[in-house]
Design a protein around this ligand. Sequence first.
Ligand SMILES: Nc1ncnc2c1ncn2[C@@H]1O[C@H](COP(=O)(O)OP(=O)(O)OP(=O)(O)O)[C@@H](O)[C@H]1O
Ligand SMILES: [Mg+2]
Length: 286
Amino acid sequence: MNTVAASAATAFVADRTDDAPRDEAYETVGEIHSPNARITVRDVTVWYGEKIGIENVNIDIGSNEVLALVGPSGCGKSTFLRCLNRMNDIIDNCRMSGTIRLDGDDIFDPKLDVVLLRARVGMVFQKPNPFPKSIYDNVAYGPRIHGLSETRADTDEIVQRSLERAGLWEEVKDRLEQPGTGLSGGQQQRLCIARAIAVSPEVILMDEPCSALDPIATARIEELIDELRQQYAIALVTHSMQQAARVSQRTAYFHLGHLVEVGETSQIFTNPRHTLTEDYITGRVG
Ligand SMILES: Nc1ncnc2c1ncn2[C@@H]1O[C@H](COP(=O)(O)OP(=O)(O)OP(=O)(O)O)[C@@H](O)[C@H]1O
Ligand SMILES: [Mg+2]
């Protein structure tokens, strides 16, 4: 990370206001705990200036699960996701209170290396964002800066394995030196997933990863998400109820910055407990 971002991160930590007033009364409906929690989020409130982005959120994200985050535009899904690898640090005016732990480690511990955190908690964005580098270097970049590959042969192996796991290897193996930006949208998104998994993360965050893709590319990414679940904890923001139903095991419903309800995806979609959840999934809101 560059120095500006690093100092912004420090300022962000220093600004945390753990004793700020918050809506203690808000209770999420459903089971927020996961038996195999990798990430635990407790009493997390995020402000943009004076404005609240999310308020008093409590939830676990477990290994081998896809947690779908759904809710109307502006309800705080991306804000929540960005907390988990401290991407909110780089937004001016953004402050938070509460605790987030990754495998028991406080991610706001001043001794924690944020660059390393972002390798452990990888992110895939709505719009594929390959680096302006070759396909090979897009994937090799992370392992190199994190010292995961010492020799060219190590790097070659990681690049090939990551591209294979992302379902892209066969399509690009003969053009690894060509720019990543020259691939189709769906291929670029798989390249970004390969880049995220190349550093062996523990958690993968995906913010509407298929919204710019056609149904065929979407189906490939969904298959991939299901496969990646075997190894990672995945949090997936989606506006598609069908997608949430297809790929997630648990679903969290956000509304106006509150985490309203969490539960097994099948229960949320067939038998929601909160009327706000019901209104949303039946199409009355959003
Ligand atoms: N950088 C920012 N500066 C100020 N306010 C912000 C910023 N980012 C988000 N917000 C506000 O925080 C709230 C939650 O926004 P967020 O982007 O998390 O919603 P979202 O659920 O991801 O919406 P969408 O489905 O449209 O992506 C909104 O009221 C939004 O206006
Ligand atoms: Mg968003």
